[in-house]
Design a protein. Structure first.
Length: 209
């Protein structure tokens, strides 16, 4: 049933939002240049790899040494708008259609995090990753990594169709409020380096908000 809801939801979303998606693609191309979309390999259900796709929210500006500038310097005002409204996630509807993702589930994180999870945290990969999830409607990037993982695991252990529907409706409300977009003074989440630890701001092209 969940997979059927995912397919129907993604199809309806792509059809209804096609004009919006095309217009946003045009604006991203004008403001951020090519490529329009950011693609990155992420671990999905059971750790199976897939290529996640979303609209770019940052430029590729680099320092004189050729290193990417910090998130805050590369995140444009338009990119911030895309993030705060979650419009940058719309291309992930294609990932849902392909079966890589679900409408609702734990967010797909970086490949390098796989070896850092505790045995319990690794169970977030027992289900397909989602465009939105229980953690996203309960704090998003304002949460610590430990809080996020606990919310993800609560979802994995208690998921039902009705909970999915609730999350989808509450996601719309979260988008309207634009809560939890950043973590403290950082543009996104700090890098996860293991239980109870994190580093400073990182490249947004390597992490999703």
């Amino acid at each position: 049933m969940k997979r059927l809801v995912d397919i129907l939801g993604a199809l309806v979303g792509l059809l209804l939002l096609a004009p919006v998606i095309l217009f946003l693609a045009f604006l991203v191309r004008c403001k951020h240049g090519a490529p329009i979309c950011f693609r990155q390999t992420r671990p999905g259900r059971d750790g199976e790899l897939f290529e996640m796709i979303k609209f770019r929210t940052m430029t590729n500006e680099r320092s004189e040494n050729g290193e990417l500038l910090p998130d805050a310097d590369r995140l444009t005002s338009f990119g911030h708008f895309l993030r705060s409204t979650s419009l940058d996630e719309l291309p992930e509807l294609l990932n849902v259609l392909k079966g890589d993702m679900s409408l609702v589930g734990p967010r797909p994180l970086l490949m390098e995090y796989l070896s850092l999870y505790s045995e319990r945290q690794a169970h977030r990969h027992d289900v397909r990753p989602g465009i939105t999830g229980w953690a996203q409607i309960n704090g998003r990037n304002a949460l610590s990594w430990e809080e996020k993982f606990e919310l993800d695991l609560w979802y994995v252990e208690n998921r039902t169709l009705w909970i999915d529907i609730k999350i989808l409706f509450l996601t719309v409300w979260q988008v309207v409020k634009r809560d939890g977009i950043s973590h403290g003074e950082e543009a996104t989440m700090p890098r996860f380096v293991g239980a109870g630890e994190s580093l400073g701001p990182h490249e947004v092209s390597k992490e999703d908000s």
